[in-house]
Ligand binder design. Structure first.
Ligand code: FAD
Length: 285
């Protein structure tokens, strides 16, 4: 399908992009990798009158790996994160997640900022960002603010980002003793998560003191399985405790239902992905 007609602009800075966004009103749309927006335009699910291409803005590029924090520019592609050796050492969950997104053409164009702003309920990055306790920096006409990943995802394709705001970067804390893993069951056509689970376990002196479990593909937006998280202290893979974690993680959550997976099947997939992610995380050092 062919999208409806639109104007295309390439701002030279974030400030210019914000000006164009304000000027264009409801018809203006930011475009980063275009790998969610353009398919929607081709299907006529979106018909922006102006596309503001922010993919080359210098302020949105770059990955920096510090002792306490990894900072990732919004326009960083999935592929750049998949192949970054320093990020892999500091936060192995990042390349593990990137590697499972779609296929190389999508990973070469799609960006982490675009994926988070789009907030597809089956996208992979939201689970990783929740489990890693990322902070999402955004800017707009009212100034800049930092949103914990926990407060960012609000609903189906809905985030805390205002329509006049731009996602600039994500910041992820780095700390010793973390073991992490991501598992997903891919939709056989798109590659999106039918159920995906990110696990970060916090170890000290060989003992798990707690951690985070985040789930995507399962509900209207990615979420942290807090009841299960509260039961992580002392976890070492004991079979009865694993079963308890699987029960707690999905307790009270209404699973999405679609033509591929009904509630029962999706729940089984969620449980299986969590079981595997826990085992993977325990097996890492
Ligand atoms: C065939 C196919 C398979 C896919 N499979 C997967 C998969 O398995 N897992 C997965 O997670 N994803 C998958 N995707 C989606 C892919 O990862 C997209 O790249 C991603 O969701 C959006 O990133 P983008 O940079 O392309 O964003 P765009 O398409 O450019 O933008 C998406 C939305 O975000 C907004 N936006 C973009 N950047 C910003 C910003 N900096 N600030 C504010 N708003 C912004 C845009 O206005 C738009 O509304 C798939 C896509 C395709 C086409």
């Amino acid at each position: 399908m062919i999208p409806s007609a639109f104007d295309y602009v390439r701002p030279g800075s974030v400030a210019e992009a914000l000006g164009q966004l304000a000027q264009g009103g409801e018809g203006a749309k930011l475009m980063s990798g275009g790998h969610s927006l353009l398919p929607m335009m081709k299907l006529r699910l979106a018909a922006p009158s102006t596309l503001i291409d922010i993919s080359a803005l210098a302020e949105l590029q770059g990955i920096s790996v510090g002792a306490d924090e990894v900072v990732i520019g919004a326009a960083t592609t999935h592929a750049q994160l998949e192949h970054h050796a320093e990020v892999a050492r500091a936060l192995p969950l990042i390349p593990a997640t990137a590697h499972l997104i779609a296929d190389p053409p999508v990973r070469n164009r799609g960006t982490i900022g675009g994926a988070l702003a789009h907030a597809d309920p089956s996208a992979d990055w939201p689970a990783a960002m929740l489990a890693l306790e990322a902070t999402i920096d955004v800017t707009g006409p009212q100034g800049s603010r930092s949103i914990p990943a926990d407060a960012f995802f609000k609903g189906l394709f809905e985030t805390d980002l205002g329509p006049d705001e731009l996602l600039v970067r994500v910041r992820i804390p780095v700390a010793p003793g973390r073991r992490m893993a991501y598992r997903k069951f891919r939709h056989p056509a798109s590659g999106y998560a039918v159920a995906g689970v990110a696990v970060v376990l916090e170890f000290e002196s060989g003992r798990c003191g707690g951690g985070r479990i985040a789930v995507t593909g399962f509900a209207e937006h990615a979420f942290r399985a807090r009841l299960a998280e509260a039961a992580l202290a002392g976890y070492a893979g004991q079979p009865d405790r694993t079963e308890r974690l699987l029960d707690l993680a999905f307790d009270g959550v209404s699973p999405l239902e679609d033509r591929f997976a009904d509630a029962g099947y999706r729940t089984q997939l969620g449980r299986t992905m969590l079981r595997r992610a826990l085992a993977d995380a325990l097996a890492t050092e």
